[in-house]
Design a protein around this ligand. Structure first.
Ligand code: PGA
Length: 254
């Protein structure tokens, strides 16, 4: 009942010309059956959104457009920021909110993440809310405590109707960009825990919330991760920059 979702997070990589090429090459490697099985999302840097949107529209691709960050105001004197309405106007349907790099390097708190996620929903887009523990927290047995509090605070006060369409990405920080993946069992257990936390807050709507795993997901480990009942997809960094590799991740069952 939950459609799989695999999103490529390109981070601060690729200019708009490279982005066009990646999307075109990716589209050559995917067919209708793939899109029926998986919602395919690419999240380029802001500077490439318009170019990628144009390719998607011109070629009528079923690839969906995502952004990596957003401000929560509609408009105003916020130099350097981008508003939800600007993204929505560009055909963006998903926005990553609270990625651990934003939390760690740019000081985003759960409160900021909450405000951003609600602004994304308010503009008719879907937030991909990221949570995850550090290596110290995992080694100290505090992974659930950390992720539980991130869920409670980042998702507090949402319209219950929005919960079913929400996407949460569990991304253990020690697995991001390190080549170290959480084992499928650990990742599955944490994604189940995430869903349980959402269920405690919002009831059975949590059964429709899609929970992704992220952290060094690649063509070699995706099938084992996707076999877990509570993992509905992936947020893929490094492995999404190469269209061949990303297509293999998306077609994980082949
Ligand atoms: P990675 O990044 O796949 O390169 O580990 C994942 C992410 O940061 O979303």
């Amino acid at each position: 009942m939950r459609k799989n979702l695999i999103a490529g997070n390109w981070k601060m990589n690729v200019n708009h010309l490279e982005a066009i090429q990646i999307v075109q090459k990716l589209s050559y490697r995917l067919d209708v059956a793939d899109y029926e099985r998986v919602d395919v999302v690419v999240c380029p840097p802001f500077t490439a959104l318009r170019s990628v949107q144009t390719v998607i529209e011109a070629d009528r691709l079923a690839i969906k457009l995502g952004a990596q960050n957003v401000d929560w105001h509609d408009s105003g004197a916020f130099t350097g920021e981008i508003s939800p309405l600007m993204l929505q106007k560009l055909g963006v349907s998903y926005v990553i909110v609270g990625h651990s790099e934003r939390r760690q390097l740019f000081g985003e708190t759960d409160e900021v993440v909450n405000t951003k996620a609600r602004a994304v929903l308010g503009a008719g887009m879907t937030p991909i809310v990221c949570v995850g523990e550090t290596e110290e927290e995992r080694d100290g047995g505090a992974a659930e405590a950390k992720v539980g509090s991130q869920i409670r605070e980042s998702l507090a006060g949402f319209d219950p109707e929005a919960i079913a369409s929400l996407v949460v990405a569990y991304e253990p920080i020690w697995a991001i960009g390190t080549g170290r993946t959480a084992s499928a069992d650990d990742a599955g257990a944490m994604c189940a825990f995430v869903r349980d936390q959402v269920r405690e807050m919002y009831g059975e709507a949590a059964d429709s919330t899609r929970v992704l795993y992220g952290g060094s997901m690649n063509a070699g480990n995706v099938a084992g991760l996707m076999a877990k009942r509570n993992i509905d997809g992936g947020l893929v960094g490094g492995a999404s920059l190469d269209p061949d590799t990303f297509a293999s991740v998306i077609r994980y069952w082949i």
